[in-house]
Ligand binder design. Structure first.
Ligand code: PEP
Ligand code: MN
Length: 261
C-alpha cells in the first residue's frame, strides 16, 4: 500500500491525485523560469522542477546557475504558488536548500548511492525524491532509500528515469516493470521521469502514458518555452503545447483507474 507523502497543506504525492512535476532541465534566467512557471501553473500543475546545480557529463557543459539559480527558482515558484523540486548534489549546499525551504530535494541518478548525502538528508524531514541509479537494481535502490529511513526521514518518493541498456534509439530504457513491482513491494510513492528515459521529445508522451497505466503516482517532465534555445537537454524538452496535450492524455488514462491529475 502506498503511503502518501505530505508536501504542503493540501498537497500530497501518492494519493488519488497524480502530480505533474514540470519545468526546465536547468534554470537559465529569471525570464526563462518565469515564462515556464507561468504555463506550468496555467495547465494546473502544482510543482515546478528545475536544476540550479546540474550533474553534467562534461565539465565544459553548462553547469547551472548555482545558488543564484536556486534563489530564482524559489522566488519564482512563490510568485506562482508552485511547490519546488530541485536537485542537491553536494552536502555542503544542503543548508541553502533548507533555508530556502525547498519543498522536495531531488537526489539524481548519479548520486543514488552517495551514502553521506543520503545520511545527511536522513537527519532532516524534507521530502526527498530519490532517482534510480542508471544501473541500479530495485534492491540497491530500496537500500539507498533505507539510508533515509534509518535516519528517521520517511518522506521518500522514488523516481524511475530509465536504466542503461544496449539500445541506442533512445537515451535510457524506461523500466515500467519497476513501477509495478515497487508499488507491490514498498510504501513509497513512485514518480516516473519519461524525459530522461526518452531523450527525445517525441517519445516522452507515449512513455508517460505507459507509466500512468503501470501505476505511477505522477510524472516528472522537462519542458521549455523555447526548446531549441535550452542550455541543457533540449532534445527532450516538451513545448508548452506538447506538455498541455500530455497532461490531458495522461489524465484520461488515470481516470480509467479512478485516479486523476
Ligand atoms: C534531472 O532530473 O535533471 C537529471 C539530471 O536527471 P537524472 O539524475 O535522472 O539524470
Ligand atoms: Mn535534464
Amino acid at each position: 500500500m502506498t503511503k502518501p507523502i505530505k508536501i504542503r497543506d493540501g498537497l500530497t504525492i501518492g494519493g488519488q491525485q497524480l502530480q505533474l512535476l514540470a519545468g526546465p532541465c536547468a534554470i537559465e534566467s529569471r525570464s526563462q523560469i518565469e515564462a515556464i512557471a507561468d504555463y506550468v501553473k496555467a495547465y494546473g500543475a502544482n510543482f515546478l522542477r528545475g536544476g540550479a546545480f546540474k550533474p553534467r557529463t562534461s565539465p565544459y557543459a553548462f553547469q547551472g546557475l548555482g545558488l543564484e539559480g536556486l534563489e530564482l527558482m524559489v522566488s519564482t515558484a512563490k510568485q506562482y504558488d508552485l511547490a519546488v523540486i530541485t536537485e542537491l548534489m553536494d552536502v555542503r549546499k544542503l543548508e541553502h536548500f533548507l533555508a530556502l525551504e525547498v519543498d522536495i530535494i531531488q537526489i539524481g541518478s548519479r548520486n543514488m548511492q552517495n551514502f553521506d548525502l543520503l545520511r545527511a538528508l536522513g537527519e532532516t524531514r524534507v521530502p526527498v525524491l530519490l532517482k534510480r541509479g542508471m544501473a541500479a537494481t530495485l534492491d540497491e535502490w530500496l537500500n539507498a532509500a533505507e539510508y533515509l529511513v534509518a535516519g528517521g526521514n520517511e518522506n521518500i518518493i522514488l523516481c524511475e528515469r530509465g536504466i542503461r541498456s544496449f539500445e541506442t534509439s533512445y537515451r535510457n530504457c524506461l523500466d515500467v516493470s519497476a513501477v509495478a513491482a515497487l508499488k507491490q513491494r514498498c510504501p513509497f510513492p513512485v514518480i516516473v521521469d519519461p524525459s530522461h528515459a526518452a531523450g527525445k521529445s517525441n517519445l516522452v508522451t507515449p512513455l508517460a502514458m505507459a507509466a500512468v497505466a503501470a501505476g505511477a503516482d505522477g510524472l516528472l517532465i522537462e519542458t521549455h518555452h523555447n526548446p531549441e534555445e535550452a542550455l541543457s537537454d533540449r532534445e527532450q524538452a516538451l513545448t508548452p503545447l506538447q506538455l498541455k496535450a500530455l497532461l490531458q492524455q495522461a489524465d484520461k488514462i488515470a481516470r480509467t483507474f479512478d485516479r486523476h491529475f
